[in-house]
Design a protein around this ligand. Structure first.
Ligand code: UDX
Length: 446
């Protein structure tokens, strides 16, 4: 099939490259010509394991190309995918300006029947809005499809090539069947439904996963107070097939380009039809508060006085294996520390450049290595569970810090390993280790 993908963000780029890998002829379009040039030269503007190799391979095979010329690309394709961004408006609603722009440009490029799918996460009714924009501008026939995307950053290629399911929202049986055949090599789990249900399904899935995370984070907070261990609680819960193990890792809350934006958008979508989504509001509130759990722990250790303390931060990406820092919990934590008068030394294996470009230097001392950031610090906070941090030699780390205080925001270190050190160790929803009596702690701190 000849496919055009509009937008080379995470979703568009990964989908386009993977469709080419399946043997289709794919043209990826973007307005950002510098980005197009990077892609044409075999570069990838995002960090995503395995993506660059796949892009270069498929370009060499003549199945994949990149262009700024939407009209030409659409003219050659029978299947057009809209995968442009839908950023949050100040009220939480999704901004559909890029979607509308793409629809209008597609309409102007129509030269025969096409299937036009929206892969971006969009509020219910957006596919109809796109169809209307196109229909009012061209007499050419087309079918609208909602084709939500469920890939995760960091494992995007794997998720796309081996999806749990494909969802096709259509009002044309023929178009649905064409897309079903297109996706059958990927999975047998293909859900064909109406357009509105497909649009809703995507928001509902993300909202449910966000709910699992906020739920386990609240359980973690209670565990800390009653002396239980949330990792054991989650493990035991997960064996119940109705609950499952996934997305029950307690930590400093979810971030990234999807969960925060999509939960806010779903609250708005509900609000627009006079429904208050109380549960989801609480999920968002809990997530916001959870970011501060690291701060609360530091304040309890330092008797509320962070002024003048040197705090090391490991990890600023919203999760490992990505350089994405959008809505990363690290931002608020770092900003709070700086506002409180602390000195912050930070390190992340690949996300520092993005962080600084997006949010500025924030008065942080950025370090080239993890141990350099830890050197001489009064406490170390682990905020992203990069493998590099998980493999740290805790014995060595302890000698480098000025004070052996470790706040593990992702529960990566094993109790037994920490117990061999004299780290004062706080994690999320697990017992504190080596805390000793308050006097000893105070002696160490002052
Ligand atoms: C998510 C969805 O998983 C994906 O289906 C959708 O298409 C886009 O949004 P992504 O944002 O890439 O993907 O990351 P994901 O791996 O889902 O993690 C999101 C956030 O939740 C991260 O900040 C992560 O640290 C956090 N998380 C995840 C937890 O805190 N605990 C968990 O158990 C799982």
């Amino acid at each position: 099939m000849n496919i055009t993908v509009i937008g080379t963000g995470y979703v568009g780029l990964v989908s386009g490259i993977c469709y080419a890998e399946l043997g289709h002829r794919v043209v990826c379009v973007d307005k950002d010509l510098a980005k197009v040039e990077t892609l044409q030269n075999g570069g990838i503007p995002i960090y995503e394991p395995g993506l660059q190799e796949l892009s270069v391979k498929n370009m060499a095979a003549g199945r994949l190309s990149f262009t700024g010329d939407l009209r030409d690309a659409v003219g050659q394709s029978e299947f057009v995918i809209i995968a442009v961004g839908t950023p949050s408006l100040p009220n939480g609603e999704a901004n559909l300006a890029y979607i509308d722009g793409a629809a209008i440009e597609i309409a102007e490029a129509m030269n025969g029947y096409k299937i036009i799918a929206v892969k971006s996460t969009v509020p219910v009714g957006t596919n109809e809005r796109v169809a209307k924009l196109i229909r009012s501008r061209t007499p050419e026939r087309f079918d609208s499809i909602s084709l939500p995307e469920f890939l995760r950053e960091g494992s995007a290629v794997q998720d796309t090539m081996h999806p749990d399911r494909i969802v096709i929202g259509a009002d044309s049986d023929a178009a649905a069947e064409t897309l079903k055949q297109l996706h059958l090599p990927l999975t047998d789990n293909i859900v064909v439904t109406d357009i509105r249900s497909a649009e809703m399904l995507k928001y509902a899935s993300n909202a449910f996963l966000a709910t699992k995370i906020s739920f386990i984070n609240e359980i973690a907070n209670i565990c800390e107070k009653v002396g239980a261990d949330v990792t054991r609680v989650a493990e035991g819960m997960g064996f119940d097939k109705r609950i499952g193990h996934a997305f029950l890792k307690a930590g400093i809350g979810y971030g990234g380009s999807c969960f925060p934006k999509d939960t806010r958008a779903l609250i708005q979508i509900a609000g627009n039809v006079d429904y208050e989504f109380k549960l989801l509001r609480a999920v968002v509130e809990v997530n916001q508060d959870q970011r501060m759990s690291v701060i609360r722990k530091l304040e309890s250790i330092f008797d509320g006085e962070l002024q003048g303390k040197t705090i090391a931060i490991w990890g600023v990406a919203f999760k490992p294996n990505t350089d994405d820092v959008r809505e990363s919990p690290a931002l608020e934590i770092i900003q709070y520390l700086i506002r409180s008068g602390a000195h912050v030394k930070a390190y992340d294996p690949i996300a520092m450049r993005n962080f600084r470009t997006m949010y500025g230097d924030n008065g942080v001392m950025w370090c080239d290595e993890a141990l350099e950031a830890a050197a001489g610090a009064d406490a170390l906070c682990l905020l992203t569970e990069w493998e590099e941090f998980v493999r740290t030699d805790l014995g060595q780390l302890q000698t480098i810090l000025r004070k052996p205080i470790l706040i593990d925001g992702r529960n990566v270190f094993k109790e037994a390993d920490v117990a061999e050190t004299s780290f004062i160790y706080y994690s999320i929803g697990r017992p504190r280790l080596n805390q000793g009596v308050k006097e000893e702690l105070s002696a160490l701190i002052n």
